[in-house]
Design a protein around this ligand. Structure first.
Ligand code: GUN
Length: 296
């Protein structure tokens, strides 16, 4: 009988920090060639701890690249009208090139309606129906949703061919799952895409058939090694806090992919240090693109 070590694979780690650093070199050149300093406005409502960290990282990256940033923080019980007024002012402010409203918003706010209020030219999240509509039309040169665009970028950076491959996207959110599926299937990327969600039957069977798995569910370790085909490309979009008494803070970050998947997959993105840094880098890229388009 064959011994385990003869077929065990150790996946190559796809390093999001390295890929983001490569993108930042391009961005620095574009920023210095741009006739105006790009300026991003980030709005956060409430005190959600994870959102506060994400927003702080976005602002810190702006500072490192020489992108101007304005951080607007609203109390959790602020009215939707207050937020609408701020977005409208930012839309009309020529010195602001990008507007981002951190998700999730409190339940009393209409997130889709607020997304539509942002000027499509300043929609650096790429969530406005006009930008998503362009994506569906196959126009991938505009403001694309940052996390899915970051996944495409890291695959290209590592020279991973996806044309004709069977890709499975687990999760159908407007932020990741849906635009991810469209990008993977778009002309030039050419993957054959399945979208799995909470009502999907035989998820294990569908996973085992996939050449590429993108997990964006928000459930720590939900994709286990037995669900993954040997040699698959596995992208972990999950960022979950799990209890861990061995850490001073009492928790650690974990992805949607169980770490043991590294023994089966050919490529795997780590958490943290995988898609997280790519999302921020693509936000910076969208901000620079928005500034260039508004001043060309
Ligand atoms: N919350 C989690 N990811 C994102 C993102 O990419 N953009 C915004 N606006 N909020 C988020």
């Amino acid at each position: 009988m064959e011994r385990g070590w003869q077929w065990m694979m150790v996946a190559q780690r796809l390093d999001g920090k390295e890929c983001a650093a490569d993108l930042e070199v391009d961005l620095l050149a574009r920023i210095s060639a741009c006739s105006v300093t790009p300026h991003l406005a980030v709005i956060i409502v409430g005190e959600d701890a994870a959102s506060q960290v994400y927003v702080a990282n976005k602002i810190k990256t702006c500072q490192r690249l020489g992108i101007l940033s304005t951080h607007i923080s609203l109390a959790r019980d602020s009215s939707e009208d207050e937020l609408r007024k701020i977005i409208t002012e930012l839309n009309h402010d020529d010195s602001i090139h990008g507007i981002l409203v951190q998700s999730p918003l409190p339940a009393h706010m209409d997130e889709d309606g607020l997304t539509e209020l942002i000027s499509p030219a300043k929609d650096v999240d790429g969530f406005h129906p006009i930008n998503l509509g362009r994506l569906v039309q196959g126009r991938t040169d505009g403001l694309l949703p940052c996390t899915p665009a970051g996944v495409m970028r890291i695959l290209a950076f590592y020279g991973i061919e996806i044309s004709g491959k069977k890709a499975l996207v687990i999760g159908r959110s407007r932020i990741v799952g849906m635009p991810m599926a469209i990008l993977l299937a778009s002309r030039g990327a050419d993957a054959t895409v399945t979208i799995a969600h909470s009502r999907t039957q035989d998820l294990i069977g569908i996973c085992n058939d996939a050449d590429i798995i993108v997990a964006a569910v928000g459930s720590a370790g939900m994709v286990t090694a037995d669900m993954v085909k040997k040699g698959a490309i596995v992208i972990d979009v999950g960022i979950n806090r799990v209890d861990d008494e061995s850490q001073d803070r009492g928790w650690r970050l974990a992805g949607d992919i169980d770490p043991n998947v590294a023994e089966v997959a050919a490529y795997l993105t780590p958490v943290p240090g995988g898609i997280g840094p790519m999302t921020i880098a693509m936000l910076m890229a969208n901000t620079v693109t928005a500034a260039e388009c508004q001043h060309s």
